[in-house]
Ligand binder design. Structure first.
Ligand code: ZN
Ligand code: ZN
Length: 176
């Protein structure tokens, strides 16, 4: 729990706080999503008149399997967001405004920063990642990855000879 009293008591216009956060590994439909290094978190609290704001920056790396070829891939990501902080005491009756993404509530001058970071990282992880937009995946017949040398079944399932009638049509279109 982060004590907001540091921020309230500080004479500075803003208060900065950095820490590392160990993101627990996740499981997406049976596929592991691994965080082998702690996320680096930078926070900056500041007041504008009586309103408290938080700038949050999270840098992390995530490893998961390519959705097509199943090879492990690693991505570096950075999240940069700003929030308005509101005391739970001042929270109005739940309304549609609660769906606002950029508001965080704190209780007893404490902010659950770990949980905030956890949720922000979860939101940032794609459901699927591909190693390369051109990734050709694996052969549906033998299961061999198709990005390097191709397997033998590929030749067998190569495009069938084009129907000569269609071939003529194709030529005709190309001449246009
Ligand atoms: Zn791939
Ligand atoms: Zn094959």
């Amino acid at each position: 729990m982060f004590q907001l009293s540091f921020v309230f008591k500080s004479d500075q216009r803003s208060y900065e706080h950095q820490f590392s956060y160990e993101m627990p590994d996740q499981n997406y439909y049976g596929d592991p999503v691994v965080f082998d290094e702690p996320a680096e978190v930078k926070t900056r609290f500041y007041k504008v008149q009586d309103t408290l704001f938080l700038d949050l920056q999270i840098a992390f790396s995530v490893e998961m399997k390519c959705a097509r070829c199943l090879e492990p891939i690693r991505q570096e990501k950075t999240i940069s967001k700003s929030f308005q902080l509101i005391s739970q005491k001042l929270r109005e009756e739940p309304s549609e405004d609660d769906l606002e993404e950029d508001v965080l509530y704190y209780e007893k001058e404490q902010l659950d920063l770990d949980n905030i970071v956890y949720e922000q990282i979860l939101l940032e992880i794609p459901i699927k990642m591909v190693c390369d937009e051109k990734c050709r995946g694996i052969c549906s017949q033998c299961g061999k990855p198709l990005n390097g040398e191709s397997c033998l079944c590929e030749e067998a399932t190569a495009e069938p000879e084009t129907d000569p009638r269609l071939a003529k049509l194709k030529d005709w279109y190309q001449e246009e």
